[in-house]
Design a protein around this ligand. Structure first.
Ligand SMILES: [Zn+2]
Length: 326
């Protein structure tokens, strides 16, 4: 009979997470193994000699915080949170791990209000939960210089946020889209996805984004919108004729469709309607990062996804002021 199976990170459940990391010290010890897989390293001088690194014993009365290290080489102190999204946070790491798990596990997103209730109950601070969620999204982002998308890449644009208003103009009913933000996604079939906010959706901007994010020999697929009519000048291009109710066709054994990118949009829209309600243009980019991260890691468990995210927290900072500046 197994009596001590507390799960490896990829098998984490919420219960295991709470049981294995009941306090800040245990949670930080775990985070240290992710931040420094080859052993603890001083963030000030780079010293990685274990014999010259000592962990201070957590002592609240003497104001020694959990996870505090002292470097024998430079004499300075540090914690594993320095230079990560957790730096300066007063929220203990065990709560951060729970927040990561909840966000990584919520297919359609989780609202800051819900996160607050899970972590602190009704008395918690909405502001803290909201800021936590945005720092987590910030960490999920990929660096700007990652590899270009290749193979078959489906591209489409959509409008998210706000509500579609019906306006009467010159006696005619029109759909007002001004409070919605255009989003463009590029999705490798069976691969990764990249989404972006595009201030103005036009042929030139779409073309620039496609050239920037796809390999030269990528095979692009889009709907038959005029926006893509000259895409074949820069990339192999296969439009699907949506206006003729054609959604997928096979040409020389290749499936021409934009079904993958469209189903990824459906997921974004459901999370924005369901969990995030109103998402301002200013923060939309970060919600897209979260949606892309989940899509790109959709075939693994919630725990594995959490670990993937935690490994990306280094070198990322997001402070409250610029986040809330109008
Ligand atoms: Zn040092």
């Amino acid at each position: 009979m197994k009596t001590t199976n507390h799960g490896t990170p990829d098998e984490f459940t919420l219960l295991e997470l709470a049981r294995r990391f009941p306090d800040e010290a245990t949670a930080l010890a775990y985070f240290e193994t992710l931040r420094w897989p080859d052993g603890v390293q001083c963030v000030h001088c780079g010293n990685a000699d274990a014999s010259r690194l000592g962990k201070r014993t957590h002592n609240a009365e003497a104001k020694v915080r959990a996870g505090l290290w002292e470097c024998g080489a430079c004499g300075k102190q540090f914690r594993s949170t320095i230079g990560t999204i957790f730096e300066d946070s007063h929220i203990p790491m065990n709560k951060w791990l729970i927040a990561w798990y909840l966000i990584c596990g919520a297919k359609k997103g989780i609202s800051a209000m819900q996160l607050k209730r899970h972590l602190w109950g009704d008395k918690g601070s909405y502001k803290s939960a909201w800021f936590m969620a945005h720092r987590i999204r910030h960490a999920m982002a990929d660096p700007a210089f990652i590899a270009k998308l290749s193979g078959t890449v489906e591209i489409d644009e959509t409008y998210v946020g706000g509500k579609t208003r019906i306006e009467y103009k010159d006696g005619r009913m029109t759909k007002a889209m001004d409070n919605k933000t255009p989003v463009v996604s590029l999705v490798e079939r069976d691969g990764t996805k990249r989404s972006m906010v595009m201030e103005r959706v036009n042929s030139a901007n779409l073309r620039a984004a496609i050239v920037e994010h796809t390999a030269e020999d990528a095979r692009t697929m889009t709907d038959d919108s005029r926006l893509y009519s000259r895409l074949n000048e820069v990339r192999e291009h296969h439009p699907v004729n949506h206006s003729k109710k054609q959604y997928a066709l096979r040409k020389n054994g290749v499936l021409i469709s934009t079904n993958t990118v469209e189903s990824s949009f459906a997921l974004i829209k459901r999370s924005i309607v369901g969990a995030f309600h109103h998402v301002s243009k200013k923060h939309l980019g970060r919600y897209l990062v979260e949606a892309d991260f989940k899509w790109n890691h959709r075939k693994i468990s919630d725990g594995e996804r959490m670990v993937k995210g935690l490994r990306k927290t280094g070198g990322k900072r997001l402070t409250y002021k610029p986040l809330t500046r109008k």
